[in-house]
Design a protein around this ligand. Structure first.
Ligand SMILES: Cc1cc2nc3c(=O)[nH]c(=O)nc-3n(C[C@H](O)[C@H](O)[C@H](O)COP(=O)(O)OP(=O)(O)OC[C@H]3O[C@@H](n4cnc5c(N)ncnc54)[C@H](O)[C@@H]3O)c2cc1C
Length: 329
């Protein structure tokens, strides 16, 4: 039997706006807590944490730990590790869920070392089987899924892929517990300045519509037509690794095995062949539309709608039609 006494999910937010994977992880923490008959809780830290806590109170979690005075915006991972470790020590041993973001992965290593806890990464599902926690994680580009269990007792850490769990709302259930600041420590590294890379742009992981470009675009300047369609649809721009490796667009846009996992309602792949490493990052989309001039491109084997043709003719026309329809609706 798993010996944990709580399930705790650390949730990221942007100035109080909870990221989509935070809502997914909160729901998963609550469901795992119920399956293990222990409280399911979330931890939200830093400025505007109160705002995020109010949003998280609409999910099925039992407790929301809110630490608005924990200076996660001024130092690297250390204050978050201190705050989380203290909560785990009070409630533990615990099952800790962290997002598979840069900060989440950083925290997983630091917290694992601090608590001597095992870390399972890239979880796409977590189940309780005969009282044991079993983590599902895809390997080899998604061609196999391995089941991971933890040996020994104590706190266990799981890094969860975005868009793996379904978020649910059950307002009025969670109790908000406010945490004080962590004791002042001489942290070795301080954040001097934060610069938003692409202010105002949606991230591919959060967007409901993603329009992606691949090598078929032929050059960085042609990402403009992808951006235009994404803007017309209110979506975000994604890319294949070929486009990212060519330096046409930043890695933040890459979808796939070594990029982001997305599950938008609609995914439009333009000039992307559909390699398995790309497919594993977008196969969870509600509707997949492919535009490719090669009728034998692998993407036509798994898309919902396929258009065989030149993207330079089709994408601008599509953008025009979307804009016209918006203007008349
Ligand atoms: C370990 C590993 C990890 C990887 N991780 C990732 C990952 O995270 N994400 C990822 O995407 N890939 C990843 N890859 C790379 C992957 O195998 C493919 O090489 C890559 O996805 C190909 O990108 P692409 O489809 O843009 O390019 P290509 O395979 O070259 O396809 C370009 C497509 O554009 C079409 N095209 C060309 N011109 C036009 C036009 N004018 N109109 C319409 N269509 C046109 C062509 O017919 C072709 O199908 C990884 C590979 C490895 C080995």
């Amino acid at each position: 039997m798993a010996d944990v006494k709580a399930v705790l999910a650390w949730v990221e937010h942007d100035a109080g706006r909870v990221r989509r994977n935070g809502l997914e992880m909160a729901t998963k923490a609550a469901d795992l807590g119920r399956a293990l008959q222990v409280p399911g809780a979330v931890v939200v830290l830093g400025p505007h944490a109160e705002q995020a806590a109010n949003v998280l109170a609409t999910t099925p979690v039992d407790i929301i730990y809110s630490g608005p005075d924990v200076p996660v915006d001024r130092f690297l991972g250390d204050p978050a590790v201190d705050a989380l470790a203290a909560i785990v020590e009070e409630n533990g041993p615990a099952l800790v869920l962290l997002p598979s973001s840069n900060a989440g992965r950083d925290l997983a290593g630091r917290l694992g070392a601090r608590l001597g806890a095992g870390v399972a990464t890239e979880a796409t599902d977590i189940i309780v089987r005969d009282g044991e926690i079993v983590v599902q994680s895809p390997k080899f580009g998604g061609s196999v899924t391995v089941s991971i269990t933890f040996s020994g007792s104590g706190t266990k850490i799981i890094v969860c892929r975005a868009n793996s769990f379904v978020a649910r709302h059950e307002p009025g259930r969670g109790e908000i517990v406010t945490r004080g600041p962590v004791p002042a420590a001489a942290y070795p590294a301080r954040i001097e300045e934060t610069v938003a890379a692409e202010a105002g742009r949606q991230s591919v992981e959060e967007a409901r519509i993603v329009v992606s470009g691949g090598r078929g675009l032929g050059g960085p300047e042609h990402f403009d037509i992808i951006q235009d369609l994404a803007d017309a649809l209110g979506g975000a721009v994604g890319a294949s690794r070929a486009a990212v490796d060519a330096g046409w667009i930043s890695h933040a846009h890459q979808v796939g095995q070594t990029g982001k996992t997305v599950s938008p309602q609609v995914y439009i792949a333009c000039g992307i062949s559909g390699a398995i490493q790309h497919k594993v990052g977008m196969r969870g989309a509600g509707t997949i539309i492919a535009i490719n001039k090669d009728p034998n491109a692998p993407i036509f084997e798994f898309c919902d709608f396929g258009v065989v043709g030149d993207l330079f003719a089709i994408v601008p026309e599509l953008t025009k039609l979307v804009r016209e329809r918006k203007a008349t609706s």
